[in-house]
Design a protein around this ligand. Sequence first.
Ligand code: SR1
Length: 325
Amino acid sequence: PAVTMAAELPEALAGKKLALVRFISQGDFFQAYLSGVESQAEALGLELQIFDARQDAARQRDMLDQAILQGFDGILLQHGFTDSIKDKAAKAVEAGIKVVAFDVDAQHEAIPQIQQSDAQLARLALEQMVADNGAQLDIGYIYVPGFPPLERRDAVFGEYQQRYPELKEVARFGTVNNPIANSVADQAAAVLRANPTISVIFAPFDEFAKGAKIALEEAGLAQDVKIYSADISTADIQAMREPGSPWVATAGTNPAVMGEVSVRALAMLLAGENPGQKVLVPPTLITQQLLNEQDIQNMKQLGQKLPAFAHADVANPDWMVLPTR
Ligand code: SR1
């Protein structure tokens, strides 16, 4: 892609090779994340190789080992579990490789963590849920433990349950089996049949929200139950804007921007600069009402209306070259 301004890049970046070692890749978020990684690497003239573990923790561990052995200069870890990558990530650092981690905690002080502000993200969605429906609610909650972003959002859900004792979680379910949305839809159908009092679904991952939407529509409940979620994509915007859609609000960042920020943080390390131990990108609330009122059809238009979705001003030193989207 074309790039903005040709600043003088640090010499240390010349000829450097990056590896993206990812645990999970299926779904809108992860596709857009990858496109951001690719375009930011290209804008900086960095070579990039993708290692896709396809939700196999042992495979991700092996791939991390391969990336170390193959002599990559920088490694970007994306999702996964601390136990399966921690010692290998430390080994990479000891070998002089620069490492950053998005949504996985490698528990190493030399490895910056890139995150969306997940607590804020959950708060935005839950605040909207309470504003729309009050705080006396029977909630269906879609959750899978073990993923740091979902666990951080879950902690905030717990806070809301403490704060509003009449927010009742009547069912908890969820899966990341592919295709995630369809697998969740099957579970949600059974949950809705067994729990007819559910009036809202908290689905803090867009693939979960898509599954909930399928189940509600198939059960003829789209008018009775509302979905509050995390994440946003062009497909999500279209799903939220379908007439009568139960998906009324979501909170998120632009996942392509998260990919760009991850590569920028890694490039800073390679250039001998410190992006900080935590690199946080704040999320924004997007409601169905806003999408309809502003006639937003896709992520490009969302970025034009809400600049936070076009660019994040973090990990962005003067010499940085940004891709244009
Ligand atoms: C299974 S973890 C899914 C989450 O990872 C990213 O943080 C996205 O926001 C998504 O919700």
